[in-house]
Design a protein around this ligand. Structure first.
Ligand SMILES: *[C@@H]1O[C@H](CO)[C@@H](O)[C@H](O)[C@H]1NC(C)=O
Length: 247
């Protein structure tokens, strides 16, 4: 931690990666973090930023930044797990170099939807489609995590490009973390948000309006590089029912 606790860096060398986790657990919230990723040749490194509950049937909302060799673009990898089931990957190229400056990456999680944002532009929504039989993360409190680790067996260009350890230690920087969320208390087994909050707090009620949906569509058209909803090879019997409403 540097600058009076305003700046955090995570580093990775051949011996170890590093990570942080929130002390508090949340059941719904909107979180923001500004991140500047490992510059130069970051092949094989993965910076994560995610929410996760514990246990086998866990829920998880994932953002992962897959490094690349110099001059090649980072991949932003997203996924949503509900009750232990993931396999809902969508990947993007960013429209800027994420190693030059800090950019804001946000996750909105409320009972209606999960939305991923880059610099306040929505890039992905995962709606609550319990009505269609798809479990939605809404019963298990989650912690917020971030880490920098090595995954050169798969991360960069399918594992073909390995980490060049002579360039280490690799460093990613974090600042301006903020969370507007419902804090979970294990002692009372209850959330700091009550039923009034659920009908008045915009964070808990929010869904994408028309304008944001249009914006998201455009970003996805231009920058999405992988969508599990369109992967017939992995899902020959068709994608999950949530795909019908999330695109
Ligand atoms: C790295 O760059 C190559 C070439 O542009 C691209 O195909 C790949 O998706 C990029 N990202 C990763 C994580 O390999």
């Amino acid at each position: 931690m540097l600058e009076d606790g305003e700046l955090l860096t995570l580093s990775l060398d051949k011996l170890s990666g590093s990570g942080i986790e929130s002390k508090k657990e949340f059941l719904f919230g909107k979180i923001h973090m500004q991140i500047k990723l490992v510059p130069g040749n970051s092949a094989g490194t993965v910076a994560t930023y995610y929410l996760s509950s514990e246990g086998e049937q866990h829920d998880e909302i994932d953002l992962e930044f897959l490094g690349n060799s110099s001059g090649n673009p980072y991949t932003l990898h997203t996924n949503v797990y509900s009750q232990g089931k993931g396999d809902r990957e969508q990947q993007f190229f960013l429209w800027f170099d994420p190693t030059q400056d800090f950019h804001t990456y946000s996750i909105l999680w409320n009972p209606k939807c999960i939305v991923f944002y880059v610099d306040n532009v929505p890039i992905r929504v995962f709606k609550n489609t319990e009505k269609l039989g798809v479990p939605f993360p809404k019963d298990q409190p989650m912690r917020i995590y971030s880490s920098l680790w090595n995954a050169d067996d798969w991360a960069t260009q399918g594992g073909r490009v390995k980490t060049n350890w002579t360039l280490g230690p690799f460093t990613a920087s974090y600042r301006n973390f903020s969370v507007d969320g419902c804090i979970w208390s294990y002692r009372t087994r209850s959330s700091s948000c009550n039923s009034t909050d659920f009908s008045t707090n915009p964070m808990l009620k929010m869904e994408l309006d028309r304008r944001s949906r249009e914006r998201m569509k455009r970003v996805r058209r231009e920058h999405m590089i992988y969508d599990y909803c369109k992967d017939q090879w992995r899902f020959p019997r068709g994608p999950g029912p949530e795909c019908r409403v999330n695109n």
